[in-house]
Write a protein that binds this ligand. Sequence first.
Ligand code: SIN
Length: 331
Amino acid sequence: MQAIEAVPAQDAQRLVILGTGGTIAGRAALAGDNVGYVAGQVSVGDLVAAVPMLKPLPLDVEQVAQLDSKDMNFDVWKALAVQVAFHLGRSDVMGVVITHGTDTIEETAFFLQSVLKPAKPVVLTCAMRPATALVPDGPQNLSDAVAVARQVGAQGVVVVCAGQIHGADDVTKVHTYRVDAFDSGDAGPLGCVEEGMVRLFRPWPEACLAGSFDASAHDRVQASLVLPRVVLLTSHADADGLMVQALLAQAASGMVQPLRGIVVAGTGNGTLHKNLEIALLEAQAQGIRVVLSSRCVRGRVLAHLGQRFSEVSSLSPVKSRIALALDLLPG
Ligand code: SIN
């Protein structure tokens, strides 16, 4: 593994490494087993200690959560946003690294970018193999993530995995098993890390103009106990409107958190099976916001004349859900 280059002398030199669990912190009974493991077992302190070249660096390490990221939820996102905002506000901190599971890392990255628009780098990293693997990928990914967080001029939320740097808005997990499991679609990666050096292909993600993060969006999120309820449906052959009708009936019963929005992963350019479309038009007529996205892994939904739903999204379906829920927050 490569040495991490020293950064030029400046006030903010410290990095904060926050742990949330995932396969990077996973443990298997057998060292050769890359799939039969339990995620979120090894502390972030131990993950950092396993990478010798991090030893001389000024690091603070903190465990924010310890979970399999398939179980990610709004409470953990809020806790993470609070800790990230706190550390970004410290004058001695130049960036934050977050260890995370691969399964929802793109959602957490998108949430943090939407809510904080950090002026310093926030770098999420992960692994496809558990910490106990014969050849774990976590230590190299963590080392690369630290190199990115120490890059002068870096800003915004990015995901670093398998030597690539992906922007929070574009990154998607595209492979179930390979160590290079992420892709940034048409946009491509932001850059790469080669032997501890960052090579940038395009600009860092957008950052707020004043302060180290966007305090207004952060405060709005922290003031909310729950995210407005937005569900995600998919259009497919033989689709019907039963699921939508059930959601509307449930909402009318008042027994669950009110349904505020539906994101639908449509076919192609956001098209819908006619049976599902009828039900969604009824939902829209009842005041539920309906947003069209696409099941296609590349491209975006283009609005067009004659469209029957007022909102289309250029984000992936899972990120469209977060964007709509955040948009529905009070204030
Ligand atoms: C997880 O997302 O927490 C488990 C899977 C992984 O990290 O690859």
